[in-house]
Design a protein around this ligand. Sequence first.
Ligand code: GLP
Length: 245
Amino acid sequence: MNTSPPFDIIRAADHEAMSQAAVARMVAQLQRKPDSLFILATGGTPERTYQLLAERGRAEPSLCDRLRILKLDEWGGLSMDDPATCEVALRRTLVGPLGIGPDRFAGWQSAPSDIAAECDRIRQWLAEHGPADLCVLGLGLNGHLGFNEPGDHLQPGPHRAELSSESKRHSMLHQARGQPVCGLTLGVGDILQSREILLLVSGAQKAPQLRRLLRPEISPQFPASFLWLHAAVSVCCDEAAYPAI
Ligand code: GLP
């Protein structure tokens, strides 16, 4: 049995080089298909990648003028303009600088009055506009993807998630005005239906998680391990996250 990871691993020197390599993948995808749909995570890891993509897009407007974006996840209960939201992060780095309007940027309301209806709305949006051409993910300190948190089971579709203790301590929340009450996230099935997946992993604090991901074991206790079930996953990491043995 072949148990080597089915991932294309790109190991860059540091976070900046990782971001450059990641943006090269995103640009190549847009050159192949200008109206690509990207599902995008937020957090510290992809922030620089998105800034670089915005710089490329501003220098070459035709590159991103048909790009469509779906926000992967959101902190439920924060107001949309809370500085900690994924919404504000994507608007600041990519959506604002590229002037992407609501016809090409979709995603979770952060404080919906009816969460089940909001999950249905996102499910329908994805059924109509998906699957994504590229899903850009970060790796949680507990192995989560989006807010698909470790547990006895994972959910395939858009859902409300209980936040893990790791997520409640996430650095994005340091600037929060309010307290999130839950996570709102696409499910593992939605992620796996993307045509290609780009997982970004940076920093020594992620090295144990990346090492675990490379083991041929799939478990809901380590949600990122479900990426073993996808045939087109690239892992773009830096040397701190993937030290030479
Ligand atoms: C957050 C988000 C994820 C993100 C992950 C990693 O909680 N819900 O979408 O990818 O954790 O964040 P970071 O890149 O800051 O480590």
